[in-house]
Write a protein that binds this ligand. Sequence first.
Ligand code: CP
Length: 331
Amino acid sequence: MSDDDRPSIFHVLDPRQFCRADLDELCTLTTRVRGLAKTKEGARMLQTMLPHKRAMLYFTQPSTRTFLSFNNACHVLGIRTSEIRDPSTSSEVKGESFEDSIRTFSSYVDVIIMRTWSEGMAKTSAELMDRIRRRIPIVNAGSGKDQHPTQALLDIYTLERSFENRGGIDGKTIGLMGDLKRGRTVRSLAYLMQLYHDVRLVFIAPEAFQIDGDVTAHLNANGIAHQLTDSLHAVLPELDGIYITRLQTEYDEASESGEFDHARFRFGEEELAMLKPEGTIMHPLPRGSELDPAVDTDPRAVYWRQERNGMWMRAALLMKIFGVESEVDFG
Ligand code: CP
């Protein structure tokens, strides 16, 4: 099989594989799928898209939203699903290697969607599929501290919707706050933001949890304006949007998550008053103490919409992966 036979999106491993045209097309397709699913006829039509396909959800690191949204995205399109969420229930406990496990999944399904504790496992799986000439796309649904490309896609869609009456993402200043060192969602989103014009990114974190140099080097290389700060209040009034993330305590080696002033990195009613009236508040969820539930009722809070968007964006992505996007009318 040559790469030329593949749809333009096949393995989904890293946000850097996408171009602006991919994002614009995926956003348009996501809106179309979301609209179609609202009616009985539209939902029936979507169900006929991929009933001949089967998906494996290999989620050996905990997940609520990504698992459920991919599972339901598959069902929206008629794809049947099987899953492993606990490797102790698979033959990996008998000593079967990761590569043999992936090869086995590929005997039964048409796409493998995986969330793993370590980085690089989706890439290794994609290389294996290519090496053994199995036309099975691999989708990275979160790889350790490294990347979460499909989260970044749904975040882009949510930002575009939030700014749809103000020219979209182009020209906006977005703050990204929290555990930026170990939070893969911000790392992936930062890579996609480079595809928009005149954006400025403000990374807000205590020094020990600031964004890593690989991301800032990439932004520098691509001419994307950015700033690092440990003062939310100093920058909040200038932001068009703020993307808040939790502390990734699951990666603590000692008690590092407790070793800074958490109150300086919380968003609550005081911060609501400082944000622009048309600003937008996002969070990939789940949340910790960094986002006060009192914010939920503010019209600028879009994180519940953001998680719903995940299902529609992932359905659109699966349509692209299987090359059936032209079967829906974009009109
Ligand atoms: N946003 C996100 O990845 O959530 P889950 O960990 O619940 O999938």
